[in-house]
Design a protein around this ligand. Structure first.
Ligand code: DON
Length: 573
């Protein structure tokens, strides 16, 4: 991909980040900790998301008798209105539910699928991440409906209605959204419907904090989904609008693709770490990597070495490097590829741990000699919910890049994803810059593209302890690893566990990306890592946005922690 202007903006917005954000986070001393909405306690229920209005709709849903899944579905629909960067009905994601009692945690997999006319080589020469052809068949509406049908208590219509009202009446744009809209509008001139729906009118060019964003087309679409159910989207009038949009823009999605789309209810992937049970999505999401890394790191006494010691950081990086190499080697939609069981087994992790050189970085090329190498910003959102009964939900969903493909379905008011970019586009082409061309995640009709999304629930004796997840593309799995280790291994307060600086290694590029706080506060450790052979890169934007709930197993105290890296809001009852 060429380093053009779109890419530059993508780098800035990949994670919906402003530069202001990283100055205040990535350190355990959190000056932002005082702001309203940054944390909340509540015995009856808690919701934490990137958007105040969406969080409040979640809490109101709990107050009107809904359970955690009702609240999660209402929050997800509200985010589709208030957080157009990633909140969506035209994308997909994963909802992890721990229902409580004897019921096992399960995942609603509503990942998008490849349209039926795409093939392994369909994107081999594609150079853009924008436009109609990048859209996968959306999964969100069937996913939220499956969650509601499997676990919800309130009526579907009652859950969708608040989001429709918000779109119809409009809401006040805050500074982060104004900044993000202004930047993306400037970079999306060729998308006329995008400009019409999200552009600034009334004679002014730029969005200002305090302006009102009204979305009448989206309100009608949500009303239809609320009244007629999910089939309105997949088989009814909205399906017709999507197909007309595809035909106008030379896209792939057909009526049959929409009608055939199914969300899946799957058992959650289960791992353990120091006596805690860790649940996350299986197969084509980030769970396998997370469990593999935790299993590797369980073989070391990280706590004794200290959170920020070069030894701990080195071991985390070496675990990341190896798990991400396995991701490239093996992972893809399990309906299309066989995923070895060993990846989440303790004996496999023990062997990997025993092979790690404690004194020196292992070059990434050495951990996967079987994958031939060629030399040669994004946005997602996560929210967490718990209700009075202890039912817990971790939901991550996305349009892939910020504002997805930039294609708004004409007259329907919602954005389509650009998730086809998560497939391995060039079969056989794996390079040191991070392109992956291995077979497991090549394009095939009906196939779900590989995702890093890792909504995670940690439990102790059957009760939730930590509900977390994050945006951030391939960094997602490592952000979740950082938060989980901070709580379980380093016993940080939940606030520090979320705020403290994060780091990332994804096999290739063979370098460690570090948030600014690490450079600022742990320069000596980074110097030592360089001496061990690691390349270190200053990650100039924040890594992730992990809106998290912690439940103290001893006291039962529940705390929702909004990640201050963007604009989160926690509330409860
Ligand atoms: O599913 C995935 O792994 C990616 N589509 C997620 C993209 C993402 O997180 C961008 N956000 N910051």
């Amino acid at each position: 991909m060429k380093p053009d202007r779109a890419n530059f903006v993508r780098v800035l917005y990949v994670c919906g980040v402003g530069f202001a954000a990283w100055a205040t986070v990535g350190t355990t001393a959190s000056p932002a900790a005082e702001r309203e909405g940054l944390s909340a306690n509540g015995r009856k229920g808690l919701v934490v998301s990137v958007s105040r209005l969406a969080t409040e709709i979640g809490v109101q849903t709990l107050e009107s008798g809904g359970n955690a899944v009702d609240a999660a579905v209402a929050t997800a629909f509200a985010l589709a209105v208030t957080f157009p960067e990633a909140g969506n009905i035209g994308g997909g994601g994963f909802m992890l539910v721990a229902p409580g009692g004897a019921a096992e945690p399960a995942v609603i997999d509503y990942r998008e699928t490849a349209p039926s006319s795409t093939r392994k080589n369909s994107f081999e020469t594609t150079t853009t991440r924008l436009g109609h052809q990048l859209a996968g068949v959306p999964g969100t509406v069937r996913g939220l409906a499956l969650a509601h049908q499997s676990y919800g208590k309130l009526s579907w219509q009652a859950i969708v209605a608040p989001a429709a009202a918000l779109a119809r009446n409009g809401f006040v744009v805050n500074q982060p959204l104004a900044d993000s809209l202004n930047a993306i509008l400037d970079d999306s001139k060729r998308f006329a419907e995008f400009q019409r729906v999200l552009g600034k009118h009334e004679g002014r060019e730029k969005w200002l904090a305090g302006d009102r964003l009204v979305q009448p087309d989206l309100a009608r679409t949500l009303d239809r989904i609320g009244h007629d159910g999910p089939n309105a989207f997949y088989e009814g009038e909205i399906a017709g609008q999507i197909v007309a949009e595809m035909q106008a823009g030379d896209g792939w999605i057909t009526r049959a693709d929409l009608a055939n789309y199914r969300a899946r209810l799957r058992p959650a992937l289960h791992g353990t770490f120091r006596g805690y049970d860790v649940y996350c999505p299986p197969a084509q999401a980030g769970g396998i990597c997370l469990i593999e890394m935790l299993n590797i790191l369980e073989n070391f006494d990280l706590r004794r070495q200290g959170r920020w010691s070069p030894e701990t950081l080195h071991l985390c990086i070496e675990a990341m490097r190896r798990a991400y190499a396995d991701r490239a080697r093996h992972l893809g939609d399990p309906d299309f590829t066989t995923i070895p069981d060993k990846l989440t087994r303790k004996d496999y992790a023990r062997k990997i741990a025993s092979e790690i050189n404690r004194l020196k970085a292992t070059p990434s090329a050495e951990v996967a000699p079987d994958i031939p190498l060629t030399d040669a910003g994004p946005q997602t959102t996560h929210f967490s919910v718990i209700d009075a009964s202890g039912m817990a939900v971790a939901n991550t969903y996305t349009l892939e890049q910020s504002y997805g493909s930039r294609v708004i379905v004409r007259g329907a008011g919602f954005l389509l994803n650009d998730e086809m970019g998560d497939f391995n586009w060039r079969p056989g082409y794996t390079d040191r810059r991070g392109a992956i061309g291995t077979p497991a995640n090549q394009v095939a009709p009906g196939k779900r593209m590989l995702s890093s999304q890792t909504p995670t629930i940690v439990m102790k004796n059957g009760a939730p302890v930590l509900i977390t997840g994050t945006p951030g593309g391939r960094t997602i799995i490592n952000t979740v690893l950082c938060v989980v280790l901070n709580v379980l291994e380093f016993e940080m307060t939940p606030r520090d566990a979320v705020d403290s600086p994060r780091l990332h290694h994804q096999w290739f590029p063979d370098r460690i990306s570090c948030e600014a706080g690490l450079h600022r506060d742990h320069a000596a450790a980074l110097k030592q890592l360089r001496e061990m052979g690691h390349e270190i890169y200053l990650y100039a934007v924040r890594q992730g946005d992990a809106h998290t709930i912690h439940i103290d197993p001893a006291s039962g105290q529940r705390t929702a922690i909004a990640d201050p890296r963007r604009d989160g809001w926690a509330a409860g009852q």
